[in-house]
Write a protein that binds this ligand. Structure first.
Ligand SMILES: [Ca+2]
Ligand SMILES: [Ca+2]
Ligand SMILES: [Ca+2]
Length: 369
């Protein structure tokens, strides 16, 4: 199945985008232990644009870290991320220091930006390099960002990154109380650990509304655990309030998880792992449900999703796909069932410009040991 939709109904909403950054970007993350073989790299200027981003090494194995040290003034040369400017109204925050890192193996990677001074403010941005210059003229596609207030470290979830992806990392010195002082920053990238946050889409700045013609369907994203045995710890789904439609506020969402033991990309022989009713307190929010005593998953795939119920204001919300670049361009991650889970087909989500999307459903898995 190919589900095509248009961007006409998208909401350009700065407050919403920021709220998402602050709430989801700062989801609870327990730092993983730092093992030996730490690599420390010095920043090399000029690294002031996505094109001149400094290549940095990738942590070689689970438990390894790569640390980059550098500094910035808010008046240093930098580059605005056009996508953020145009879609989020987050313009006016040039990114002074750019880095790039090739993901050689699928794993979780946590990005941690620290700096001294309670009145100093840096922000951290993550993009994925793309060849789709027609839709992304700077060659980068926004993935996520963390922009806490002055003095606060910026820490991402332990994001699962696809092998073959080139991550482009931006460090921005926000105008703060000491603009004349060059302040050092330290970026630490930790690979692996016991936590794996699966996020295939970006809804932060441009919360695309999903296809409203879908109703009473089950929509799920396929997750292939990085390591086994794994445990599904939580599922996080976005529930947008669609203009002109009933609000999902106060409704009960039906959230599901399936296990497909053979992991063949066909969930038609999957079994139900969880079927959870979750209250939606208000619209335009992520709802996270935590599984109690989840069983260990030894092999195969997990599918997480929800039931679309238009009458309750629950639609098939989507975000822009971030890991559909070569060599991952043929992967299908989003599926749909229109017969109550009896059979599923790939959803093939894209807009009229052939930009691909995924259901805005995420999950956290842990190691089961
Ligand atoms: Ca710098
Ligand atoms: Ca720079
Ligand atoms: Ca900040």
């Amino acid at each position: 199945m190919t589900i095509e939709f248009y961007n006409a109904t998208l909401r350009k909403c700065f407050v919403f985008g920021l709220m998402m950054l602050l709430t989801f970007g700062h989801s609870l993350v327990s730092p993983t232990s730092i093992l030996a073989d730490n690599v420390v790299v010095q920043e090399k200027e000029p690294n002031d644009s996505p094109q001149t981003a400094q290549m940095i090494p990738t942590p070689a194995a689970s438990g390894d870290t790569v640390t980059v040290t550098g500094d910035a003034l808010s008046t240093d040369a930098g580059t605005l991320a056009q996508q953020l400017e145009q879609e989020c109204a987050l313009g006016g925050e040039p990114i002074q220091d750019w880095f790039a890192m090739d993901v050689t193996r699928v794993d979780s990677y946590q990005f941690d930006l620290s700096f001294p001074g309670m009145d100093i403010d840096y922000d951290l941005w993550l993009f994925v390099r793309t060849d789709d210059r027609a839709n992304f003229p700077q060659g980068i596609k926004f993935f996520t960002g963390v922009l806490a207030g002055p003095g606060q470290e910026e820490i991402t979830p332990s994001l699962v990154l696809a092998a073959g992806a080139r991550m482009v990392i931006g460090i921005s010195r926000v105008a703060d109380e000491r603009p004349q002082e060059r302040i050092p920053w330290k970026l630490t990238i930790r690979r692996g650990g016991t936590r794996f946050d699966y996020q295939y889409e970006d809804v932060l700045c441009q919360p695309f509304l999903g296809p409203e013609q879908i109703n009473n369907a089950l929509v799920v994203n396929r997750i292939t655990p990085v390591a086994y045995p794994a445990r599904l710890q939580s599922i996080t789904a976005l529930f947008l309030a669609h203009p002109g439609q009933r609000s999902p506020a106060g409704q009960q969402a039906h959230i599901v998880a399936l296990v497909d033991d053979d992991g063949d990309g066909n969930p038609n022989n999957s079994r139900l792992l969880a079927d959870i009713t979750a209250p939606i307190e208000q619209g335009n929010q992520f709802v996270t449900v935590t599984l109690a005593n989840p069983p260990a998953i030894d092999r195969g795939d997990v599918y997480v999703g929800l039931q679309v119920e238009n009458a309750k204001g629950i639609f098939a919300d989507v975000g822009r796909g971030v890991f559909f670049e070569p060599p991952n361009q043929n992967r299908e991650l989003s599926y749909i069932s229109v017969n109550n889970g009896r059979t599923y087909t790939t959803a093939g989500l894209q807009n009229s410009s052939r930009v691909r999307f995924a259901w805005s459903v995420r999950a956290t898995l842990g190691t089961a040991r």
